[in-house]
Design a protein around this ligand. Sequence first.
Ligand code: URA
Length: 434
Amino acid sequence: MRAVDIIAKKRDGLELSSDELKFFVDGYTRGDIPDYQASAWCMAVLLKGMTDAEATALTLHMAHSGDTLDLHHIAPFVVDKHSTGGVGDKTTLVVTPLVASQGLPVGKMSGRGLGFSGGTVDKLESISGFNVSLSTEQFMAMLAEHGLVVSGQSADLAPADGKFYALRDVTATVESLPLIAASIMSKKIAAGADAIALDVKVGQGAFMKNMQDATALAQLMVAIGRGVNRKVAAVLSDMNQPLGNAIGNALEVREAIETLRGGGPADFREHCLTIGGKMIELAGKAANLDAAKQLLAASLDNGQAWAKFVEWITAQGGDLRQLENPELLPAAPIIETVAAPQSGFIAAIDAAEAGKTSVDLGGGRLKKGDPIDYSVGIVLHAKVGARLAQGDPLFTLHANNRELLAAATDRLLPAISWSNQPVAVPPHTLGIIE
Ligand code: URA
C-alpha cells in the first residue's frame, strides 16, 4: 500500500477499507508517513466525509495505536467525559473532581487547544508543576490512589490522536465530523472508562454549527462507544456564546476555582452539574439526572469537590499555593476593561470570535508546537440577555502588549450584538442523546 493512493482514494470520495485506514494510522504514528501527506489526507476527509463504517474503523485503529487500558483491577467502574470543544469550556477542571468527590473513579485523557477552542491540557499546564505527561503506570497509579487522573495524549495512550490532533489544529482540518468522532472516541476507548458522558457543543463557537450536525456527531460517537460495550450518553449544549465568563488558560483556571468553591458564573455551574450528573447517572449512582445534580450541587457548596480538586492537582505536581491564591497563577502585564459602547440588551456574543481573540492575544497556537501565553485572555462582564447602560464594564482584556490589546478590542467589540428590546437568556442544554 502507498499513502499517496489512500489520499487520492479519499480525495475522489471513495470509501477506505479498514486495512487502508490501519496502514495510514500506523504509518503516521510511526513517522513513516510525513505531516504533509497526513495533512492532505485530513483535508480530503474533511471535504469528502466518511461512512460510519470508516469512522468506526478509524477510531478503533487510533485507539489501538498505543495501550488500551483495562482498569477493572483498580476500580470496578470508571467514568469519563469529553467535550467536542468550545470557547470558555473549563468543564473538565470542575466536573472531574466533582464526580470523583462522590467516590466515583474518573480517568480521563484530555487534549490541547484546537483551532479557536481551548484545551484542558493547556489550562492545566498554566498551574506550575502540573504534569500531564503520564505513563500508563502513572495513570493507573493516580487512579488507584486518588480516584482521579487527567492526562494528555502520550506515547502510550492513543498516540495516533496526539499526532493527528496537533496537525489538524494548524491545517484547518478540525471541523470534520468523522475526525472529531475518531479523535474523541479513540482517547476514550484507550483510557478504559466504562461510562462516558459526551458534551457535544452546538453553535458559532463549536465545530458543529447546527443541531443537525451536532446530533449526527453525537449519534455516531454514542454508537461507536456502544459497539465496544461502553455506556455512553451525549449532552447537546449551546456554544453560541462562550461558556461562563473567562476565556484564556489561567483565567479559566481561576473561574474553575471560584466554581469549585461554590461560586462561579451561573451558566457554567449549571453546565457542570448537568455533565457531572450524567456521569453519576450512567454509573447508576443516582436514580435520575435531577437526583444526581442535587448530590453534586451539595458537593460544590460543602467543600467536598474543592478538597478533591486540591488533592488531584497537587498529586499531579500542581502548585498548591496557586490554587489557594489564584492571583499567583500567570497574570498578564496589561489588564484593561472595555466599556459598553451603548445602552441596551446583549443579543449575541459570537463565541468563535471570542475564541479567536483569545488565540490572537497569545492564548492559542497558530503553528504546531507554538508556545502559549497562559496569562492572556478575556473576562466577559455580561452575557446574552443582560441589560447594560452605556459605559458599564463590558469585558476585560488581559494582554502582554498594547498592540495586541488594541487589536483584540477591535475584534471583540463588533462580535457583540445589541438589542433595544429585552432578550431572553438562551437555554443551555439543547438535548440529550442516550
Ligand atoms: N476534542 C477532541 O479530543 N478531538 C477533536 O477532534 C475535537 C475535540
